[in-house]
Write a protein that binds this ligand. Structure first.
Ligand SMILES: Cc1cc2nc3c(=O)[nH]c(=O)nc-3n(C[C@H](O)[C@H](O)[C@H](O)COP(=O)(O)OP(=O)(O)OC[C@H]3O[C@@H](n4cnc5c(N)ncnc54)[C@H](O)[C@@H]3O)c2cc1C
Length: 447
């Protein structure tokens, strides 16, 4: 069994336990971390100094109320299995990331977001309660009214507060899982900023794809995609049981390079006619286009990929987006999938949740070693100076200082950490920072 993260940029052998039963003794003697389905991009799902607990065996749906849409399931259940159960009964996930091959435990631990953050917030906002197994306190029920501090710390807590063994989640009733999609082709970044608020106001889902390689007058051109589930009942399309295509092995070189990307971006942009289009789209194509190619991350070759996702305030959203994209161009790096979205003001119940009001830009780069790390460091500087944050579960290299500037409240999570839990990400960021905040002292010195 291989325990990689999606970026595949640190392929070392990892030790894991796949327990038959989730009892406190599995957390005895050493350090541990839950492993969901490895769809995090960097090292937040790794624990090189200790063991991983492979949660995928705990994947039963325990109950589903077909009136309220409340489901109780084990934490290793994949969102694809939740959907398979829910869609024929007229329900859909209230929040979904861009892949359905994510476990419920992983979705809670990273408090994932989707294309409807402006309407429904994060995954954690739809969790009624969860069971948490800790090395020091045994099995606890956590909810907004019971062990509420641990509940908040566990949502977005990156697996550090213990093992989530099961969760009770609220699904969303829909007429059909398929959507009616509105596509607007825009010719430059100013056009996106002129129209994005209107798309958020009108649609359940709204997100933009940007051609990051376009320059000059075409800089920031792209497609703005709004979508809604129809309210009248209609059967949803059936998913293929397996991806239609799969990348069978890791090629010796990166195939996602400037030449292939330029061609891909041009075709992707031109496949839409100028102006607006409306069409019905299957839920698989709208929410999970990348799931149709199995192991697509292998196309990046032996060194894998590095993703950079940031969020920054709305006030300077336009300028920060332009600076980030120009920075990537100046460093000579092309991003395969560049996604721009406006987060809403919906507050997550999670202590260390990533989304906050403002714009979020996601860039995917082939890992070209030190050059790529230099670019990502430069992107971090732009984000932090704009008052923003860098996403930890997409990251494999941010500095401790960038982490602290992104999440000044991290010490509260550290106070709730299960002493037996550790991740490579936490070790290289939080664990090298002073345990006491130096902020008040600095403020006093300034006075
Ligand atoms: C193609 C693609 C698209 C994506 N799109 C989005 C997106 O739109 N929005 C978004 O937010 N994210 C997105 N992601 C990231 C992905 O949704 C998250 O990283 C998700 O949390 C991964 O879940 P996982 O089950 O694979 O868990 P892993 O990646 O294995 O683990 C994630 C974290 O959860 C912890 N964890 C897992 N299970 C448990 C448990 N039972 N108890 C306690 N802790 C646990 C782990 O310790 C780790 O810290 C995308 C990823 C891919 C590959």
């Amino acid at each position: 069994m291989s325990y990689e993260s999606w970026g595949r940029n640190n392929s070392i052998a990892r030790v894991a336990r796949t327990p038959d039963r989730l009892t406190p003794d599995i957390l005895a003697g050493g350090s541990f971390l839950a492993y969901g389905n490895g769809r995090s991009y960097g090292d937040s799902c790794h624990n090189s100094g200790g063991r991983l607990i492979d949660m995928r065996g705990a994947n039963r749906i325990l109950s589903f109320d077909e009136v309220s849409g409340v489901m109780t399931c084990e934490a290793g259940t994949l969102l694809s299995d939740v959907l398979e159960h829910a869609i024929p009964r007229g329900f859909f996930l209230p929040v979904t990331p861009g892949t359905r091959y994510v476990t419920v435990g992983g979705a809670i631990a990273n408090d994932v977001h989707g294309k409807n953050h402006h309407v429904r917030g994060t995954f954690g906002a739809h969790v009624d309660s969860l069971h948490l197994l800790r090395s020091d306190r045994g099995l606890l029920t956590c909810s907004p009214t019971e062990n509420n501090d641990l509940f908040a710390a566990t949502i977005g807590g990156m697996g550090l507060t213990g093992l989530i063994t099961r969760a009770r989640i609220r699904l969303m009733r829909v007429g059909s899982a398929d959507v009616r999609q509105r596509t607007l082709r825009f010719d430059g970044i100013d056009d996106y900023f002129a129209r994005c608020a209107e798309f958020d106001d009108m649609h359940e889902y709204a997100v933009a794809w940007i051609d990051q390689m376009a320059r000059g007058r075409k800089f920031g051109r792209g497609l703005l995609l709004g979508a809604d589930h129809p309210s009248d009942k209609s059967p949803a399309s059936r998913p293929a049981s397996k991806p239609l295509l799969s990348v069978p092995f890791v090629p010796p070189v990166n195939l996602v390079n400037r030449v292939t990307l330029k061609v891909f971006n041009e075709l992707f942009f031109r496949k839409e006619r100028t102006g607006e289009q409306w069409r019905k789209v299957s839920w698989q194509s709208y929410f999970y286009p990348l799931d149709s190619i199995g192991h697509w991350n292998r196309l990046y070759g032996p060194r894998g990929l590095l993703q950079h996702q940031s969020v920054y305030p709305e006030m300077n959203g336009h300028d920060t987006t332009v600076r980030l994209m120009e920075c990537a161009q100046v460093h000579g790096h092309a991003s395969f999938l560049t996604v721009l979205k406006r987060f809403g003001a919906y507050r997550s119940p999670g202590l260390l949740s990533f989304p906050r009001p403002g714009f979020t830009l996601t860039l995917d780069f082939a890992n070209q070693g030190a050059e790529t790390v230099r670019l990502l460091d430069a992107l971090d500087d732009i984000v932090i100076s704009a008052g923003g944050a860098v996403n930890p579960y997409k990251d494999a290299r941010m500095s401790a200082a960038t982490f602290e500037a992104s999440f000044p409240g991290w010490r509260e999570l550290e106070a709730h950490r299960d002493p037996a839990m550790m991740s490579d990400f936490w070790k290289r960021t939080a664990m090298v920072l002073p345990r006491q905040s130096t902020r008040p002292a600095m403020a006093a010195a300034a006075v």
